[in-house]
Ligand binder design. Sequence first.
Ligand SMILES: NC(=O)c1ccc[n+]([C@@H]2O[C@H](COP(=O)([O-])OP(=O)(O)OC[C@H]3O[C@@H](n4cnc5c(N)ncnc54)[C@H](OP(=O)(O)O)[C@@H]3O)[C@@H](O)[C@H]2O)c1
Length: 246
Amino acid sequence: MIGLSGRVALVTGASRGIGRAIAVRLAGQGASLVAAARGDNAQRTVDEILSAGGAAEFIAMDVTEAGAADAAVKAMVERHGRIDILVNNAGIARDQLVLRMKRDDWEAVLATNLTAAFALTQAALKPMIKQRSGRLISISSVVGQGGNAGQANYAASKAGLIGFTKSVALEVASRGITANVVAPGLIDTDMTRAIAEDTRAEWASKVPLRRLGQPDDVAWAVCFLASDEASYITGQVVAVNGGMYM
Ligand SMILES: NC(=O)c1ccc[n+]([C@@H]2O[C@H](COP(=O)([O-])OP(=O)(O)OC[C@H]3O[C@@H](n4cnc5c(N)ncnc54)[C@H](OP(=O)(O)O)[C@@H]3O)[C@@H](O)[C@H]2O)c1
């Protein structure tokens, strides 16, 4: 058991997939969860946490909207008095070869995957600096480490998260705040179910551990980084990829 009781956590993209698993696992370790997604999409995750005896509420949030990050963090601090853990997980892909990529698809991916993490981190840092503690965790990707043909926008956003996180880690280390990245490989979620089944199977066969990852594989790495036991780890990229990229 990783002790997170008394900690207040915000997880973006908590309606499904990896974000849902992170929210459920953090709450299972005792954290009070604020699950964010658009509209009331995160309500199902909250219901699941509540029915397991945990503490959770949802917040309606489009991470690309100006002011959304400040409003979400302000609401959390008003209600809970603090924010201990921020997980920047919300993400999208709009795949295309660079030659054919539309500027809108470049910008949408950067806005959701990278700029939103900047805005939320900036908002969360204010209370975290006052508390002199905090855990910033962003979900990058193996594609941000190794690149992928047809995903230049996505790879740029995920590599950007790595550079961003390392810089933030240096800026706030003296305040007792850590910032780390988790870089998943191929995980079984809606995002990868959008890929043709034969392509998925071919990719899975090339993973040294010979399977797709499950959302929980990522969630447990996040739980560890959020814990006191990880207090000496900052500015790192924790790969959860079955050995796909070493
Ligand atoms: N699956 C993989 O293989 C894989 C591998 C490496 C990294 N990742 C990363 O892991 C993260 C989660 O991926 P996933 O596979 O779980 O994806 P997913 O199943 O497609 O879920 C995406 C989540 O992001 C939220 N989201 C998207 N745009 C949003 C916006 N503008 N505002 C608020 N929430 C938004 C969605 O919420 P709504 O309910 O509002 O749509 C949903 O909860 C992403 O950052 C992804 O890039 C995934």
